[in-house]
Design a protein around this ligand. Structure first.
Ligand SMILES: Nc1nc2c(ncn2[C@@H]2O[C@H](COP(=O)(O)OP(=O)(O)O)[C@@H](O)[C@H]2O)c(=O)[nH]1
Ligand SMILES: [Mg+2]
Length: 190
């Protein structure tokens, strides 16, 4: 079991509110509505993170303490079309500050990509950013319950070629891929 205990710590709207780093953090990113909060709840095995029907609602960096010693960090969704330029710049700033201040503590960033959408420029940017900070990236293709086996296979190949990364096909509904995600996070945390 990856998560034995979990406590919500803070929704930080400003970097000044970030809690002191712990010696091992995993961050979760992806455009809004990709299924990030849902994945966190699957990993927590309880409904702690807020799941919303409408995209673009989370602007905060949410910190959860796992097993009393690690942070799981829910970063704000990026690249949502209806947000203003100022907001997008502020998101970027928040994430960049989080990375810069804690790069030695962040063991893995989990990037979620919606299997029904074309990968975004912001997804690519995020992978390059992580590489710059030498943070390993785990790419998770979300909501694959909406796709056929062939479509999933094709999508995985497209992402592999575009981003040069391994991809895990995942669904919160069928639980496909959950064991692999947990296994990979475990590997990086120890
Ligand atoms: N079909 C399907 N829907 C999902 C899945 N994961 C999340 N959702 C739905 O997608 C919407 C956004 O989920 P949420 O976790 O709030 O996304 P976030 O904005 O990335 O945190 C909600 O309506 C979820 O119920 C999945 O694996 N399959
Ligand atoms: Mg969310």
């Amino acid at each position: 079991m990856l998560v034995k205990t979990v406590q919500f710590v803070i929704s930080a709207y400003h970097e000044k509110e970030f809690p002191k780093p712990l010696n091992g953090e995993v961050c979760f990113v992806g455009r809004s509505n990709v299924g990030k909060s849902t994945l966190l709840n699957v990993l927590f095995n309880k409904k702690l993170a807020r799941v919303s029907k409408r995209p673009g609602k989370t602007r905060s960096v949410n910190f959860y303490v796992i097993n009393g010693k690690y942070y799981f960090v829910d970063l704000p969704g990026y690249g949502y079309a209806k947000t203003s330029k100022e907001e997008r710049l502020y998101w970027r700033h928040l994430i960049e500050t989080y990375f810069e201040n804690r790069k030695d503590k962040i063991k893995l960033s989990v990037l979620l990509i919606d299997s029904r959408l074309i990968p975004q420029e912001s997804d690519k940017m995020f992978i390059e950013w992580s590489r710059h900070f030498r943070i390993p990236v785990l790419v998770v293709l979300s909501k694959v319950d909406k796709l056929s086996k062939v479509e999933i296979f094709d999508k995985v190949e497209v992402i592999k070629q575009q981003f040069g990364t391994h991809v895990i096909a995942y669904s919160a509904i069928t639980k496909q891929g959950v064991d692999v995600i947990i296994e990979r996070i475990n590997q990086y945390l120890v």
